[in-house]
Design a protein around this ligand. Structure first.
Ligand code: AMP
Length: 284
């Protein structure tokens, strides 16, 4: 496994990779969710190129950039274990050269939900992913459905900017309790962690209702809300049921595929999770 720390080293090492390349961008503190992306990439591509970079521009002032968990040694071992060919792990100055002033912004999609709660977040994401695509020129990029809105933003930017990278979305990996795996779960106390299982439980409850024919948007949102609000340590940021493609909030009877998503604070951690509610082909 090769390790590149500068853009130049990465371009040189990338040029040596023969065949298709699957890119897995991460911020490190790798867990099974990240590893599942690497496995999928390895199954579908000749080489996996992983990046580890805690991107400062996607953190708003006052967020956890400085405190974000960093574990380089264990992360490199995990990459090696998953058969990664090349890891790009640059310092901030490599990705943001002195005086860099260009930003990628996908517009409307990045101003709602996560974008409303975290101003500037998706511009930071879109900018860094564009740079990573430019440096690594992958065949495909692998991203988790865990960050559903981020996946939409990246699909949009790859399409709009004609980047020629196929964006692949991968399923959410969960702990046994249902809690979606996240590097930020490390911030949770035992008590918070136990209560945080309510996010996935709420989503499952609504999903069960949906599968049983429940279609009223407000009722579906309420089911998720009630399950989470019953946890004393939970502070709900939002519960959303929105069009799966545009993220326009659903109203009344839901007739198209929809994204049910939540953001909830538990102490120092801000957790997100989601479920896609699909309209069965027979009832379209
Ligand atoms: P991060 O390191 O949090 O920026 O995540 C890097 C990539 O891993 C993103 O595409 C995430 O959506 C994905 N990811 C994070 N957690 C999970 C999970 N529990 N299941 C699947 N993918 C995940």
């Amino acid at each position: 496994m090769l390790i590149a720390r500068s853009v130049e080293e990465c371009r040189e090492a990338r040029a040596q990779l023969v065949g298709t390349v699957g890119l897995v961008p991460t911020m490190g503190a790798l867990h099974e969710g990240h590893r599942s992306l690497m496995r999928r990439a390895l199954a579908e591509c000749d080489h996996v190129l992983a990046t580890i970079f805690v991107n400062p521009t996607q953190f708003a002032p006052g967020e956890d950039f400085a405190a974000y968990p960093r574990s380089e040694e264990a992360d490199l071992a995990a990459c090696e274990d998953e058969g990664v060919s090349l890891v790009f792990i640059p310092p901030v100055e490599e990705m943001y050269p002195e005086g860099a002033s260009t930003t990628v912004s996908v517009g409307e999609l990045s101003t709602i939900l996560e974008g409303a709660s975290r101003p500037g977040h998706f511009d930071g994401v879109a900018t860094i992913v564009t740079k990573l695509f430019a440096v690594t020129t992958p065949t495909r990029g692998y991203f988790g459905q865990k960050d559903a809105q981020q996946l939409l933003v990246i699909r949009r930017l790859a399409r709009d900017l004609l980047l020629g990278v196929e964006v692949v979305g991968c399923p959410i990996i969960r702990e046994e309790s249902g809690l979606a795996m996240s590097s930020r779960n490390a911030y949770l106390t035992d008590e918070e962690r136990a209560q945080a299982a309510a996010l996935s439980r709420g989503l499952r409850t609504a999903e069960t209702g949906w599968l049983g024919g429940l279609r009223d948007a407000a009722t579906l949102r309420q089911m998720v809300h009630d399950e989470i609000a019953a946890q004393p340590l939970a502070r709900i940021d939002y519960v959303s049921l929105a069009d799966e493609e545009t993220l326009a909030e659903c109203d009344g009877r839901v007739t198209r595929d929809a994204l049910l998503s939540v953001a909830v604070r538990f102490g120092k951690a801000r957790l997100i999770d989601n479920a896609v509610l699909r309209v069965p082909p027979t009832s379209r």
